[in-house]
Ligand binder design. Structure first.
Ligand code: SAH
Ligand code: SF4
Ligand code: F3S
Length: 466
């Protein structure tokens, strides 16, 4: 199928809005909704857009999924277990419907966009009212309108690389907001399904991003998290040749107290970006830099386009430019052909870098990706044994890396009460690490100044300073 990338026209967005208004007045429309979200921040933010649209249709959020009139599963397919969990829950809801025959079920997100999935859904999950892919999110009002007027499943999956502007957003948090700067991915890492389900890389216009940031600042947001599968290749598809570093500088000038971003690919981590971070006031000193493996042979098979040495060089530059920067990573173990020697190189790299946190995954073959058909798939026992060694190494190292914060002053943006005490609040420090500090309800959503005093179960504890 031919792919096209374009901003959805204002007329089309108006047409969708007309469906929203129609649904508002329909007697048979659901009153309450519940969105179940799987996967990454992109999906979490898409769910905020769905909630925004549902609110405009006059619906309110139910307390739990088995209490809602309309349940939407926003799915992820990055690894097999993400998919299995979603399908299990969808099947479970079919039972709930036996008691509540009016219950509507929709499924959207990355899983629906997988090749062949729409057909499978129709065949095996015919009880679903509505299914749509990631590129059809902006057409949700129209699709729901159709689904409300038929007894059959409405399924639509287009491969169309759109940039929708102006969707309503109902944000989950008041103080910290997601802001999409680009969609899709062009990297085709050999293990990864994302380019197939999220389409080609496309950047939002800088003016649209800056406008949204300005609105967020005016509404009292303390932090924005810029989102994209590979944010540091932002702007490559725009005519003016805008760069991510340039965009960061403009956002930094705006005065939003805290700016974060995710995710960055090491091959696109430019000196210009590092310098922009070093020279900024509001960009937080933290960096999520997925390494995936410490072995050059495996990195090449993964199609990552950097070597271990180049990666370590980037880490060194980041640390020189932004002293004390918080570093986190993603690592896959058990990639096809990974030998004990390759794995030990990953262990060695983790030791050498000293991350503040690492997200570790067992390789999961995804149909349609290049790695799925590679020989020498690793048996689960070996992969499990390796990931356990890696996790335990990281846990040990983390004690040392995180203790560098003890005695330091930090500012945390509190998210809620600490899980262990009702007289303490917790949130992320500027370096991206969770900190717990004495506090009460009035501190939640605010930036609190403190001094780090200790480290307990991978959380820093702190005392307040005024
Ligand atoms: N765009 C981001 C994140 C993509 S998904 C990036 O490029 O960094 C988040 C993480 O899931 C990846 O970094 C990778 O470590 C992991 N992942 C992706 N596909 C996987 C697979 N097939 N099996 C196991 N882990 C996978
Ligand atoms: Fe997947 Fe690689 Fe793109 Fe990240 S950069 S989304 S791992 S293909
Ligand atoms: Fe999953 Fe899609 Fe994100 S596959 S990790 S929800 S981009």
């Amino acid at each position: 199928m031919k792919r096209t990338a374009h901003t959805v026209s204002a007329e089309e967005m108006k047409r969708q809005h007309a469906f929203t208004e129609e649904i508002r007045t329909l007697p048979q429309r659901p009153e309450t909704y519940y969105v179940v979200t799987y996967g990454c921040q992109m999906n979490a933010h898409d769910s905020e857009k769905l909630a925004g649209m549902l609110r405009e249709m006059g619906m309110t959020e139910a307390k739990a999924k088995d209490e809602a009139d309309f349940v939407i599963f926003n799915t992820c397919c990055i690894r097999e277990n993400a998919e299995r969990r979603a399908l299990g829950n969808i099947t479970w809801l079919r039972e709930v419907r036996k008691k509540n025959p009016g219950l509507m079920i929709a499924v959207c997100g990355c899983m629906i966009q997988e090749p062949g999935m729409a057909e499978k859904i129709l065949k095996q999950y015919g009880f679903i009212n509505l299914a749509f892919g990631t590129s059809n999110l902006y057409r949700f009002p129209e699709l729901l309108y159709r689904a409300l007027n038929t007894d059959q499943s409405t399924v639509i999956v287009e491969e169309c690389d759109v940039v929708p502007e102006g969707l309503p957003i109902l944000r989950a948090r008041k103080e910290s907001a997601y802001l999409t700067i680009m969609y899709g991915c062009n990297n085709y890492c050999s293990y990864c399904i994302v380019p197939y389900v999220r389409g080609r890389e496309r950047s939002r216009e800088p003016a649209a991003i800056l406008r949204e940031a300005e609105d967020l600042l005016n509404s009292g947001v303390r932090e924005i998290m810029l989102l994209g599968q590979n944010v540091n290749s932002y702007g490559k598809d725009l005519p003016e040749g805008k760069s991510f570093a340039g965009l960061l500088k403009e956002l930094d000038r705006m005065g939003i107290p805290r700016i974060r971003f995710m995710t960055s690919h090491p091959k696109d981590l430019s000196d210009e970006l590092i310098d922009a971070m070093a020279g900024s006031v509001h960009i937080l000193p933290q960096f999520h830099l997925p390494v995936q493996s410490g072995s050059d042979r495996i990195l090449e098979a993964m199609n990552r386009h950097y070597t271990r040495r180049q990666y370590l060089d980037r880490v060194r530059r980041l640390r020189d430019a932004v002293p004390g920067i918080g570093l986190s990573t993603d690592i896959i173990v058990g990639f096809p052909g990974e030998t004990e020697e390759d794995f030990l190189q990953t262990m060695e790299l983790v030791r050498e870098v000293g991350y503040d946190s690492a997200f570790t995954f067992i390789y999961s073959p995804r149909t349609g990706t290049r790695a799925a058909s590679l020989p020498d798939q690793i048996i689960p026992e070996t992969a499990t044994e390796r990931i356990q060694r890696l996790i335990s190494l990281q846990e040990t190292l983390q004690q040392t890396t995180m203790s560098r914060f003890i005695g330091m002053e930090e500012e945390i943006l509190t998210e809620g009460f600490s899980r262990r005490s009702s007289e303490a609040v917790s949130g992320k420090g500027r370096h991206g690490i969770s900190v717990t500090v004495p506090g009460s309800a009035k501190d939640i959503g605010k930036i609190v100044k403190c001094r780090i005093t200790g480290l307990k179960n991978n959380t820093l504890t702190a005392e307040r300073i005024e």
